[in-house]
Design a protein around this ligand. Structure first.
Ligand code: PRP
Ligand code: URA
Length: 208
């Protein structure tokens, strides 16, 4: 079974408190989602392999280490887009794939409307990112597509999750490690995380 990593860092907790607050404006919300995206990337990538290269500093020849494999970031649209710049800031060589999914309001089943992955995805470490892991349906569907593209090394990164989402994702994809900035109590009757932060896509893009 893949591991579930819960971040325990004061800066992440501080920023989470800002995005949970219903009075936070769109600009501040988006900035903080991106900043948390940057901070969690350090932990998500901690065990990535490096390879040795030769470099010449202004003083001498030496060896140095670079990432051994490509990294591909796959945001689940829309809300996953809110974390991409923050992650890309710290892994500027990463390629970005996109998958568009929305939850049907009644069934909560994910509906796919867009898909475009870079060819590097097959051999890369793939970070599937979405701020919210609620029923887990979107994460499961996105990772199904990522696996179908040939990728094997996949991590799922979210800001807020709940036990129901973790259980669904672990059942469908036991090989995928899950990284969360917060693990909340439960889902409510309309599929929102409690206490959560509301509709992340709407709060990021000002659509409500
Ligand atoms: C939200 C969120 C996740 C999904 C999580 O997206 O960004 O993708 O719900 O819920 P699940 O775990 O139950 O699948 P939404 O469908 O609202 O689309 P949006 O990002 O375009 O707003
Ligand atoms: N999607 C969101 O944006 N928020 C939730 O609480 C659940 C799903």
């Amino acid at each position: 079974m893949g591991k579930v990593v819960l971040f325990d860092h004061p800066l992440i907790k501080h920023k989470l408190s800002i995005i949970r607050n219903k009075d936070t404006d769109t600009k501040t919300f988006r900035e903080n989602v991106n900043e948390i995206g940057s901070l969690v990337t350090y932990e998500v990538t901690r065990d990535l392999k490096t390879r040795i290269i030769e470099v010449e500093t202004p003083v001498a020849k030496t060896t140095a280490e670079i990432l051994a494999k490509d990294v591909v970031i796959v945001p689940i649209l829309r809300a996953g887009l809110g974390m991409v710049d923050g992650i890309h800031d710290v892994i500027p060589t990463a390629k970005i794939g996109h998958i568009g999914l929305y939850r049907d309001e009644k069934t909560l089943e994910p509906q796919e409307y867009y898909l475009k992955f870079p060819k590097e995805i097959v051999e890369a470490t793939v970070l599937v990112v979405d701020p919210m892991l609620a029923t887990g349906g979107s994460a499961v569907a996105a990772i199904n597509k990522v696996k179908k593209s040939g990728a094997k090394d996949i991590r799922f990164v979210a800001l807020v999750g709940c036990p129901e989402g973790i259980a669904a994702l672990q059942k469908a994809h036991p090989d995928v490690d899950i990284y969360l900035a917060a693990l909340d109590e439960k889902l409510n009757e309309v599929g929102y995380i409690v206490p959560g932060l509301g509709d992340c896509g709407d709060r990021l893009f000002g659509t409500k």
